[in-house]
Design a protein around this ligand. Structure first.
Ligand SMILES: [Zn+2]
Ligand SMILES: [Zn+2]
Length: 204
């Protein structure tokens, strides 16, 4: 353990925040733990962490709980790449670590029965027995993700990272089309009008 004295939020804390348990959440939880450990960062005392996430799936919720990097604080940067990759930056130390899910990883490789059961449950045609069976397998898959040696799941490497500037407070300006206020750095000028993004798309 890197921080025996620090209370890192548990997986159940992440489940509570996310609303359900699922393999994606477990994967994000494990990735966040590994990144913290690699950076030897302490989320409760270190306000200098920035996370860069490359998907908008379940795992992000666990990462927010574990690292304290959140969308609202501006230290969670979302790149819409559809990749299960998480980069954690320690701004103060100037260090960054990139945790990427390996191609060899799949829930099916951990538990071949899980996928079939999940499809059954998703289709809405599962019996009570199948649902119970699904939950058992789902919990086992999550447990495996949380406990197998991490090289089975992720490749982890140090990266040089352009450290993003500290969150800036931008002035808001009214949109000339809908009249709603929009942050200046997201406003778009179209033939002399200041527009918000949705209005600028309507005008195209
Ligand atoms: Zn989920
Ligand atoms: Zn508008």
């Amino acid at each position: 353990m890197v921080h025996p004295a620090t209370q890192i939020p548990s997986f159940s804390d992440a489940v509570q925040f996310h609303g359900h348990t699922c393999p994606g959440l477990a994967l994000g939880y494990r990735a966040a733990l590994i990144a913290l450990e690699e950076l030897r960062s302490d989320p409760s005392h270190d306000e200098e962490l920035v996370a860069v996430v490359e998907n908008d799936a379940c795992g992000i919720d666990a990462l927010q709980v574990v690292t304290g990097c959140t969308a609202g604080k501006g230290n969670l940067i979302f790149l819409d790449y559809g990749k299960h990759v998480y980069t954690l930056i320690n701004r103060r130390k100037g260090k960054a670590v990139r945790v990427a899910t390996k191609p060899s990883f799949s829930t099916a490789s951990l538990d071949p029965a899980f996928g079939d059961l999940r499809s059954k449950v998703m289709s809405g045609n599962a019996t009570a027995e199948e649902l119970e069976e699904f939950e058992k397998h789902r919990d086992a898959v999550c447990q495996a993700i949380l406990t197998v040696p991490y090289p089975e799941l992720f490749s982890v490497r140090r990266v040089d990272m352009q450290v993003p500037a500290t969150a800036t407070i931008y002035k808001s300006v009214p949109c000339d089309c809908c009249g709603e206020m929009v942050s200046e750095h997201r406003a778009i000028t179209v033939s002399g009008n200041t527009l918000c993004i949705p209005c600028s798309k309507k005008k195209e």
